[in-house]
Design a protein around this ligand. Structure first.
Ligand SMILES: Cc1cc2nc3c(=O)[nH]c(=O)nc-3n(C[C@H](O)[C@H](O)[C@H](O)COP(=O)(O)OP(=O)(O)OC[C@H]3O[C@@H](n4cnc5c(N)ncnc54)[C@H](O)[C@@H]3O)c2cc1C
Length: 411
């Protein structure tokens, strides 16, 4: 059977463009509500920004400083849900904020931040924050500098080591519930009647086969590619996003906990984290208006991270760097410095018949998908409740009923 054969089988309720975590989440949510769903992805599922992320499931301490309280609260609530529905993929992770040469004012600010973070995660299963002296800090993190060390703050968030798997499991469950999902199929253009999208023109990259994908409603979930896709589909230039690049380095094991550090280069917050037996360092945040498909770490990005880590972990310069990876953030367009742009998502009807998701984090993907699916179901007259907050992902099994923190820690 050709890969696009199923696309010709009449009209779908919803056709989703983009098989990253957001598109996958929407496909699962809609399929579980009984909608007939199709999803097409031009590359590997989860191979876009989803695979270029720092892999944290977190409210984001940094966003407190930006006063994005609703974003932090949503993501802390979603962190709990993901620990419950995907305990095999999302694991608790202890973070440390080592105080190295910082002022008493900085430490006081961190104390207030951690108190607020705990208050906003009032429904958490993870331990609350605490403070450590130098001996405790160095016992866990022997490679940390002793120069100017003044203890550390500790708090918990979570990590998804393989966000691509989180994405795939959403798609597997969507397919089990009748969704037609295809990768290496790119949406090239749209057929419009009176400005309303009626069908999408899809091309299979392997076979060269082409098909018209008809649906009652369409979803643009192409993340950092949004403006390019929207321009191709509507014929009018779209400039809704600000896209910024972030990179990571993978090096030999250096840390035991997830370290939150502030770069001496520009004061930005970044992470040095244990990941799959190695150390993962990132990220950067620089405007990147080019095609996200070609994003790569360059020498300047790598040197910035090495210079940022060096004062805290001097051994970094002697460790081998195994690999780099890069991703492009899709941020709802705002002026100001890259790091000051809100990470809050937006769901809009960007042209008649097309619902678009702009921005959003992996952490909030389930809630974003629910919001989009609620809007789509109300338009289509589908009267079914969202199930994704309660139903474990395929590999989550009955573990989702266990003690969250205990289960993940013991494994
Ligand atoms: C450096 C960095 C660090 C981050 N760290 C975190 C973190 O720690 N925690 C967190 O929660 N979030 C983090 N994020 C944010 C998070 O990664 C993204 O918000 C999320 O992955 C976006 O998912 P998405 O599905 O919208 O986009 P994507 O994963 O990019 O998916 C969009 C898909 O659309 C496809 N596509 C594009 N055009 C077409 C077309 N014409 N036809 C078919 N398919 C098409 C693309 O191939 C792509 O796979 C980070 C982001 C970056 C860049």
């Amino acid at each position: 059977m050709s890969s696009l054969a199923d696309m010709h089988n009449g009209t779908f309720d919803a056709a989703i463009i983009g098989g990253g975590i957001i598109g996958a989440g929407i496909a699962r949510d809609l399929a579980l509500r009984g909608a007939r769903v199709a999803l097409v992805e031009k590359g590997d599922f989860g191979g876009g920004t989803t695979s270029g992320s720092t892999r944290l499931i977190h409210g984001g301490l940094r966003y407190l400083e930006m006063l994005d309280f609703s974003l932090v609260r949503m993501d802390l609530r979603e962190r709990e849900i993901l620990l419950r529905i995907a305990p095999h993929l999302v694991k608790p992770l202890e973070f440390r904020i080592p105080f190295v040469g910082q002022s008493a004012w900085f430490r006081a600010k961190m104390r207030v931040g951690l108190l607020l973070y705990d208050a906003l995660s009032y429904d958490r299963s993870l331990p609350g924050h605490r403070f450590l002296d130098n001996a405790e800090t160095l016992a866990d993190e022997p490679a940390l500098t002793k120069n100017g060390l003044c203890g550390a703050g500790s708090y918990f968030d979570a990590q998804v080591s393989m966000p691509e798997r989180l994405c795939l499991e959403n798609l597997i469950d969507a397919a089990r519930h009748g969704a037609v999902v295809r990768n290496y199929c790119e949406v090239r253009s749209a057929k419009l009647t009176d400005g309303k999208v009626r069908s999408l023109h899809v091309r299979d990259a392997d076979s060269g086969e082409e098909a018209e994908l008809s649906a009652r409603i369409f979803v643009n979930a192409t993340g950092a590619w949004f403006d390019r896709v929207q321009t191709a589909l509507s014929g009018a230039p779209s400039r809704r996003l600000r896209t910024t690049k972030g990179i990571h380095l993978t090096c030999a094991p250096l840390v035991n906990k997830a370290n939150v550090l502030f770069s001496p280069v520009d004061g930005r917050l970044f992470f040095v984290i244990p990941l799959l037996g190695k150390t993962w360092i990132g990220t950067t945040d620089t405007d990147y208006p080019e095609d996200p498909t070609g994003v790569r770490a360059d020498e300047g990005d790598i040197e910035y991270l090495l210079r940022s880590v060096e004062p805290f972990f001097p051994a970094i310069r002697s460790l081998p760097i195994y690999s780099t990876n890069a991703g492009v953030r899709a941020l709802v367009r705002q002026s100001g410095s890259e790091s000051s742009v809100s990470r809050l998502h937006k769901i809009e009807e960007t042209q008649p018949g097309m619902v678009s998701v702009l921005g959003g984090k992996i952490t909030g993907y389930r809630a974003i998908a629910q919001e989009a699916a609620d809007a789509i179901c109300s338009t289509l007259g589908i009267n079914a409740a969202c199930q994704t907050g309660l139903r474990p992902l395929p590999g989550g099994g009955s573990a989702a009923n266990g003690s969250l923190y205990g289960t993940a820690r013991e494994s």
